[in-house]
Design a binder for this molecule. Sequence first.
Ligand SMILES: Nc1ncnc2c1ncn2[C@@H]1O[C@H](COP(=O)(O)OP(=O)(O)OP(=O)(O)O)[C@@H](O)[C@H]1O
Ligand SMILES: [Mg+2]
Length: 239
Amino acid sequence: METLLEIKNLSKSFDLHNLGKHIRAVSSVDIQIKEGEFVGITGKSGSGKSTILKCIYGTYRIQQGSILYHSKKFGRINLAEATERELLYLRKHEIGYVSQFLNVMPRTTARQLVKQAILEMGDDHDLAEKETEKILAHFELDEELWDSYPTTFSGGEKLRLNIARAMVKKPRLLLLDEPTASLDHDSKIKVKLLIEQLMKEGTTMLGIFHDLEFMNHLCNQEYNIQNGVFSHSTSFTNS
Ligand SMILES: Nc1ncnc2c1ncn2[C@@H]1O[C@H](COP(=O)(O)OP(=O)(O)OP(=O)(O)O)[C@@H](O)[C@H]1O
Ligand SMILES: [Mg+2]
């Protein structure tokens, strides 16, 4: 299998000018992900896990290192040097992201949010509408909520909507930041089912998990951050 994502020696720090502080969020990160793999990142709170995903997604620009991604459209591209336009294209068509904390557009209903995500892929309206209802139902989001604004949703409802919105696009690469953290057991199973289904359809996944036990048989590799040191702790060959 081809390498889909290769991160070499990535470091990210923040200068907080008003406080005169320099915060090192992560350093010396090396990750290699092959097409079709499910890769997990674990580590303590504040160790820099979310920062890594945000660097890949282009939310944060990095000071050092490279993030080589094998794009369908652009071929091999260093995301660390990609233009805003290239990043926008990739976010629409190739790279999905489920953020740890959902921030939703005001005055957009749950249905509109999901439908927009599908339409960005170029599907027609009727199909998009069908797919939207299918995935909202899969995550058992109460039908009464479909045409409401997610700002008033509970944490778990927001999270399920967020996951639905990212997954419905069937991206080439999906970044998941603790997608099951605040969900009950049944909802976790639903997420896992969709992860399995997406993997079958060829989506490669990089996810942050509190512990990987729940995802264990899906996981091909685990990376871990301990005391600021990033390491490759396990490769599973059983999948
Ligand atoms: N935009 C930012 N500005 C300043 N510091 C930041 C910023 N983003 C992250 N940091 C800092 O970088 C460090 C790593 O944060 P990050 O959110 O990546 O941790 P995490 O491993 O995802 O933690 P958690 O498990 O709690 O979500 C923290 O010390 C955090 O305060
Ligand atoms: Mg985090």
